[in-house]
Ligand binder design. Sequence first.
Ligand code: SF4
Length: 225
Amino acid sequence: MQIAEIFESVQGEGPWAGTQSLFIRTSGCNLRCWFCDTPYTSWKPEGTAWTLAELCHRIAESSAPDVVLTGGEPMLVPDLVPLSEYCKSLGKRITVETAGTVDLPVTADLMAISPKLSNSSPDDASWKQRHEASRFRPEVIRALTSRYQSILKFVIDKPEDLTELQQWLQQIPELQPSTVWLMPQSRTREQLREKSPWLRELARKHGFNFSSRLHIEMFGNQRGT
Ligand code: SF4
């Protein structure tokens, strides 16, 4: 498996924010969001090849109770299935972080799906069309949310994005607002501070959850945090 990084830190987003976690970040993504905060897994994918046995050994060494399988797009990696099963056999609580465009029969306690709205579209002409054709896969969202405890995390850049989010949700009406989390599009502490107040208020108004990005609050946009 091509792995961009492995590190221990606190989960920064969603309902389990603050929990000590081992992050395993796969390299490679089928999307190219302009705001990608891990471009070393998408625009310029890098990493090291790890065998499944090496990864299992690294996980067994960690005392963190949670394992976060993230990317990039981890659901592109078939070996995530046996890897997640191994995590479960160790009694770890597993979060899979995905954009919800690819399905894979992984083992997960929480499927943290971050669907991408049109505000994610890149300027890069060679990627724009492919990104737009791939970013909304309602059949995958339905399949994942029917099998796993799931949340939907939306990156919000401007208040106007809420209109598109409402239209998005109307296309999959079985999804409950209580499973929706809004996060500020931010790669710096300053952006997070500027956007959090109005986004928190919008989330409250619409019955959604608000999620800060604890790792940015604590470390800024540092790699491996
Ligand atoms: S889906 Fe995630 S990893 Fe892929 S380009 Fe978008 S933000 Fe980056």
